[in-house]
Design a binder for this molecule. Structure first.
Ligand SMILES: [Zn+2]
Length: 111
């Protein structure tokens, strides 16, 4: 995942990189890992990539256990006027990698 200049979110959605990861799961995993979805994937440090892998596994486990990716912790807050369930900052939205993307304005980078 940590290669090239494409935004991180686009890399995660790229089927050749991570098989079958959906839009909701990508937002959940990037939120869990405190990573800005717009960052060029190739800029990530080794520790950040390790954390991303950890949170990807955790996000998948959570989804399987609770019945789907829509049960992710940040998913209900992907809405206009929504706030981050971890720090309370406002959620922001933009199109990243061609998909609607939501993230925490404080922990994952201002819009
Ligand atoms: Zn937050």
């Amino acid at each position: 995942v940590g290669r090239g200049t494409a935004p991180l979110k686009a890399r995660l959605l790229d089927q050749s990189v991570v098989a079958g990861i959906g839009n909701l799961l990508a937002d959940e995993v990037l939120w869990r890992a405190h990573l800005d979805p717009r960052r060029p994937a190739g800029e990530l440090r080794t520790e950040e990539l390790d954390e991303l892998r950890r949170q990807l596994r955790a996000g998948i486990r959570h989804a399987v256990k609770h019945g789907g990716v829509h049960t992710g912790e940040v998913i209900p807050h992907r809405t206009s006027g929504g706030h981050c369930p971890r720090c309370g900052a406002s959620m922001v939205r933009a199109t990243v990698g061609g998909r609607t993307t939501w993230w925490c304005s404080k922990e994952q980078g201002a819009a």
